[in-house]
Design a protein around this ligand. Structure first.
Ligand code: ZN
Length: 185
């Protein structure tokens, strides 16, 4: 009997541990204040689940932040105080420059290793699904098919993304963001 209890307990412990692992993994979701559009965009480019609305009431954004277990990113001290009263997770964004803002978020939550550039659809904030070349062939123009090295599909809007030469400028910016940590972006 006691052996049974202890085995159940171990199972429960394992489940709890698993739950926390999954929760922790999923916790890095952000809600970004209206004023920080570029920060929101770049967090999505880096692959992080990020909600952003160019116009939304503070209370509404706060509600969503708490409900979805997100971390609120803002430069508004009043909003920070409001969020604290709701026990929301927050980060006060220090810089006015978006590259420094991104770097602050990455280092505050130790996310540098967790960046997955181009894995998310920017307008939909959805994780992209890999699309085989074979499937992509019928869905993109012959030019894109020829240029694209790999393809991905947004499950929400159906847009197809491909890695090709047009990424070069973005690659440079990403490299600067991720590798030149202490220099100005
Ligand atoms: Zn989409």
């Amino acid at each position: 009997m006691s052996a049974k209890i202890s085995s159940t307990k171990t199972k429960t412990d394992t489940l709890i541990l698993l739950f926390f692992r999954i929760t922790l993994k999923k916790t890095m979701k952000f809600a970004v204040d209206c004023m920080l559009g570029k920060l929101a965009k770049w967090l999505k480019i880096l692959g992080f689940d990020t909600v952003f609305f160019s116009r939304i009431e503070d209370d509404e954004l706060l509600e969503l932040t708490v409900r979805e277990g997100r971390i609120l990113l803002t430069r508004d001290t009043g909003f920070m105080e409001k969020a604290a009263r709701r026990n929301a997770h927050t980060l006060f964004v220090e810089s006015e420059e978006w590259p420094d803002q991104v770097r602050q978020v990455l280092s505050s939550f130790n996310l540098r290793e967790k960046c997955r550039p181009y894995s998310r659809c920017i307008p939909c904030n959805a994780s992209l699904k890999d699309l085989s070349r074979e499937k992509a062939r019928n869905l993109v123009s012959p030019f894109v098919f020829k240029k694209g090295k790999s393809f991905a599909l947004c499950p929400i809007c159906g847009r197809i993304f491909w890695k090709g030469t047009h990424h070069e400028d973005m690659e440079k910016k990403l490299d600067k963001l991720l590798n030149q940590v202490d220099q100005d972006g």
